[in-house]
Design a protein around this ligand. Structure first.
Ligand code: AHR
Length: 654
């Protein structure tokens, strides 16, 4: 055992260089020869919510905004059914554009455009401006489809064009003349030039009236080439996190702005034109084109366990803020149907193709089960009698019918306080298998609370830290926040026997449409900007393990500024040591790998570090980036942890 060495020897000072002159050495001892304790191998995952245009206008690859003319002031007070659309009248043409509901495509999709061509000229039509424009790449294929119906007059082929903002033609194709009943028509377009701010134009050239709906433009290349798929570059950056699970589809979006706005998974499956979109609690519109099938498929595509969340039969306690209605429960006589929906979700994910809901999964192209094992019920709800009554009903039904499903309960929006206390009391009463905790706090809070989970009762529910992030000054993504998160992650690893999952929140935010800060990944229509915090999550995720090795730190300061954890990954046999230095100066570290066997002479050290903890990375090119190098190691060796750094030392012991 190495004794604490609070005072650094002069010879070591020289070895650490000038930056170590005033820094006190710390000793880290890893019980590398001991069996250690089993921890969750799935500690780091992601939480996805359609917030800040994360889905519509973001990960969901649809390029047409308001494709079904469904926007209303209920989505956003400034919106109406023709938001993002314009009437175009080319070269002497005359006509009009309205949105009507007289001849709907189906019950869920009532609104549609009606285009009247009085004088055809060079075409009367409609133009879509996309989500901040349509980003096109030269030589790529784009799939255009729409539903059309000729209402009056003689039908003629429709012209579809991709144009620059100033009207220059980028690509053009023709669609067959509309029929008198609704018919889906499609074509492909291949622009010759790249344009980050293009428009889609659909033109009619014969006098008469026609109805149009579900005007859609997708890049042919989506993530894993899935139809109705995800934006490839953005999905790849998410996949590169190697998340062990995905919690979806939210957040506040799940329990909704009032009981009528609760998210119902059944509205989000099947042909996209039959899905039922609704106002997004974050004041825009959710098409639910990215729906439950696509979520499950994405989980499978990236090897993440699905963790869907359903509302606990109550809406968000902050609902209808101005009217102050707050949390409300579904009427009790509506609960049996709601509970059946929850049970049907499990059947949709896991049931045989011969079952009612399993057959719908198969019809969507996935006969094999999705392997659902976890289900969140509730999202940081206020723990009231109304909530508890409904939660208990859902939980007991799921437990009785599906004992194989781990239900994850909720403990309010904060990591302390009345809802936290009541949420845990209720979880203990019900003997819930797992509880979702949320915590958005200052970087210092995370440093001050590194021992939080050491104190948790191991006989009680497991923890899912479902939403968390260090909120620094002005809620920017600073190096300070990322390093505080790294320190906290070492504490989560140490407590991986009780903390099963964790997910930073929120995951995605589109520049110019950011409703919440900070976020893990920023993006616009053409680029993706992972933050420093992203690299921290990724370093813990790709360097995960299943056994925690007792790790002791000497000479700890109060408040803490240094953290460490060590784990073993049984798949590779690697021993992985993480060191976090939260000070502005380099820290000399004496590392002892007590009892380690088969130690090689070298290991890889990946370092994320910067001299200035205030450095911000929230969408500009990254200022701080992890770098990997080989280092020499021994059963006991010296290492210098850079200022404001996370170091991951990976040692192959096989
Ligand atoms: O992550 C953003 C929001 O924070 C979530 O929707 C909600 O659960 C929490 O309040």
């Amino acid at each position: 055992m190495i004794l604490p060495r609070p005072i650094l020897l002069a010879s070591s000072l020289l070895a650490f260089g000038m930056s170590g002159l005033h820094a006190q050495q710390v000793s880290v001892t890893v019980q590398a020869g001991a069996p250690g304790k089993a921890i969750s191998p799935d500690l780091v995952g992601i939480f996805f919510e359609d917030l800040s245009y994360a889905a519509d206008g973001g990960l969901y690859a649809e390029l047409v905004q308001n494709r079904s003319f469904s926007y209303t002031p209920a989505d956003n007070k400034d919106w109406q059914p023709l938001t993002a659309w314009q009437l175009v009248q080319r070269d002497g043409a005359q006509g009009s554009l309205t949105v009507e509901t007289a001849t709907p495509l189906n019950d869920h999709n009532q609104a549609h455009a009606v285009l009247t061509v009085t004088a055809p000229g060079d075409g009367v039509g409609l133009l879509n401006e996309g989500f901040d424009g349509i980003a096109l790449k030269a030589g790529e294929t784009y799939n255009l489809s729409l539903f059309a119906r000729q209402l009056t007059g003689s039908a003629a082929p429709l012209s579809v064009r991709l144009e620059s903002k100033t009207g220059a033609l980028l690509a053009e194709a023709t669609l067959p003349a509309p029929t008198t009943g609704w018919q889906k028509v499609s074509t492909t377009l291949k622009p010759a030039t790249t344009d980050a701010d293009a428009r889609l134009v659909v033109l009619a050239t014969a006098p008469g009236t026609l109805a149009l709906d579900m005007v859609s433009l997708f890049p042919a290349k989506t993530f894993r080439d899935r139809p109705n798929g995800l934006r490839a570059d953005l999905a790849q950056v998410v996949a590169d996190l190697k998340p062990k699970f995905i919690r979806f589809p939210g957040g506040c979006l799940v329990h909704g702005d009032g009981v009528d706005n609760i998210y119902h998974w059944k509205n989000t499956i099947g042909p996209v034109e039959q899905r039922k979109g609704q106002p997004n609690i974050w004041r825009y519109h959710q098409t639910v084109g990215l729906g439950y099938f696509e979520y499950f498929q994405f989980c499978e595509d990236i090897g993440a366990k699905p963790l869907p969340v359903v509302a606990a039969g109550v809406c968000c306690q902050n609902s209808n803020h101005s009217r102050g209605t707050g949390q409300q429960g579904l009427p009790l006589d509506a609960m049996p149907a709601y509970i059946q929906d929850v049970l049907d979700l499990i059947e949709y994910a896991n049931g045989p193709v011969t079952s009612t809901w399993g057959s719908k999964r198969a019809a969507a192209g996935h006969p094999a089960p999705f392997g659902l094992r976890y289900l969140g019920v509730g999202n940081e709800d206020k723990i009231t009698p109304v909530f508890k009554e409904r939660f208990r009903m859902i939980y007991e039904a799921v437990k009785a019918r599906h004992p194989e499903i781990t239900v994850v309960g909720t403990s309010g929006p904060f990591p302390e306080g009345p809802d936290y206390a009541q949420g845990w009391k209720f979880a203990n009463e019900l003997r819930l298998p797992m509880v979702d905790e949320h915590g958005y706090k200052s970087p210092q809070w995370f440093w001050d609370n590194l021992q939080r989970y050491d104190r948790y009762d191991r006989s009680k529910s497991k923890v899912y830290l479902g939403e968390w992030a260090a909120h620094d000054h002005k809620r920017r993504s600073t190096l300070r926040s990322a390093i505080a998160e790294a320190a906290y992650l070492t504490a989560l690893e140490r407590n991986g026997d009780i903390v099963s999952f964790s997910s930073y929140a929120p995951l995605l935010a589109k520049r110019r449409h950011t409703h919440w800060s900070p976020n893990l990944i920023y993006f616009n229509n053409t680029d993706v900007f992972p933050t420093i915090n992203y690299h921290v999550q990724q370093l813990f995720s790709v360097n995960s393990g299943d056994t925690y090795l007792t790790t002791t730190i000497s000479a700890t300061a109060t408040p803490a500024t240094f953290a460490a954890s060590s784990i073993r990954d049984s798949k590779t046999g690697d021993l992985i040591l993480k060191l976090v230095n939260g000070t502005d100066s380099a820290k000399p570290v004496r590392i002892e790998l007590a009892g380690a066997k088969n130690l090689p002479a070298t290991a890889t050290a990946t370092v994320l570090a910067g001299n200035d903890a205030n450095v911000v990375n929230d969408g500009r090119p990254p200022a701080v980036w992890p770098r990997t190098a080989s280092i020499t190691i021994a059963p006991a060796f010296d290492y210098e942890a850079s200022a404001n750094s996370l170091t991951v030392i990976r040692i192959n012991t096989r």
